[in-house]
Unconditional design. Structure first.
Length: 312
């Protein structure tokens, strides 16, 4: 996100109106290229997957097309796996992890997954957020709190409409995210200013963790992912209160949220197996590559668990 000019916008104690949101928007700048870092990689995979444009952001339709990639050998009798990344555009490893998983599959490193599942990947749900390194979209809305009927966030509405149009049952959904230091230094102060509600800083967990679905936690599934990710990076320990980001642990490295109630992407479908990954890219123990590899390990760990269940 930005260097935190957000608290100077508006009047303390009063919610932002459209005027303040426009002022915030005008302070945002392009910091990287969606075309170079995402679209070009999608196009490079078009020989291996069907590339589907399911919309474009009205802020600049030519610049921000919305893409998914789908198994070419899609079969009605196979279980469908959905992987989403970049719901929060500033969470880089989610976008690049989704693309890396597809590239590894295309290169034959993990090609057995396409023989077992229908694979559907939406690598960058929020391309404007990706370019400006923002959690919010250009209207100062959080797409990952906007997955509900008549959503005001175009990113969320477009993805919901696309998934609905496929008329397929999603069996597994892995949503790739990060928790960063800017959550405390930029996002939560901005949220406080926008909504006129105090947002206290939380302890940023040093390491990888998962968020499961409170209504269907699937503890063994989450554990299998944690075990796979632990092979490539460290898992976040609980804080002194036994919590992660203020939430009680369900098990080591795992907390649960009510995804649908909160309008989260993880509540997008009725998938039996759902998880949201959280990588910590600001840890001194990791680098950009390690974060991407951790996201890939989360996806493969999820799919290996399902395959193991099928073989039992």
């Amino acid at each position: 996100m930005t260097d935190n000019p957000n608290c100077s916008i508006g009047t303390p104690g009063k919610k932002w109106t459209d005027t303040e949101k426009q002022q915030w928007f005008e302070q945002q700048t392009i910091k990287r290229s969606y075309q170079d870092e995402v679209v070009n990689k999608i196009n490079a995979l078009s020989s291996f997957y069907d590339v589907i444009q399911y919309g474009a952001l009205t802020i600049d339709e030519p610049r921000y097309p919305l893409f998914s990639l789908k198994s070419k050998n899609w079969q009605a009798d196979r279980k469908t796996v959905l992987v989403t990344g970049g719901v929060h555009g500033y969470e880089t490893s989610g976008v690049q992890g989704a693309l890396r998983f597809l590239k590894n599959e295309a290169d034959g490193q993990v090609s057995h997954y396409s023989d077992a599942f229908n694979i559907l990947v939406v690598p960058c749900v929020s391309p404007w957020g990706y370019e400006t390194i923002n959690r919010w979209n250009h209207k100062a809305l959080d797409p990952n709190r906007s997955f509900y009927a008549d959503s005001p966030a175009q990113e969320s509405a477009a993805l919901m409409a696309f998934i609905s149009s496929l008329e397929v049952e999603i069996f597994v959904h892995v949503d790739l995210h990060e928790t960063t230091d800017t959550d405390n230094s930029v996002f939560r102060p901005a949220l406080s200013a926008r909504d006129a509600i105090e947002q206290k800083a939380w302890d940023i967990p040093d390491g990888f963790y998962l968020v499961g679905n409170t209504l269907n936690p699937q503890a063994e599934f989450q554990l299998a992912i944690i075990n796979e990710v632990a092979k490539v990076t460290h898992i976040a320990p609980a804080d002194e209160d036994g919590k992660l980001i203020g939430v009680e642990l369900e098990q080591f490295g795992v907390i649960n949220y009510a995804g649908r109630e909160l309008g989260l992407c993880m509540g997008l479908t009725d998938a039996n197996y759902v998880t949201t990954t959280e990588v910590y890219p600001d840890s001194p123990k990791v680098d950009d590559e390690n974060c991407i590899v951790a996201q890939v390990a989360a996806v493969t760990g999820a799919l290996d668990y399902i395959l193991s269940k099928n073989n039992q």
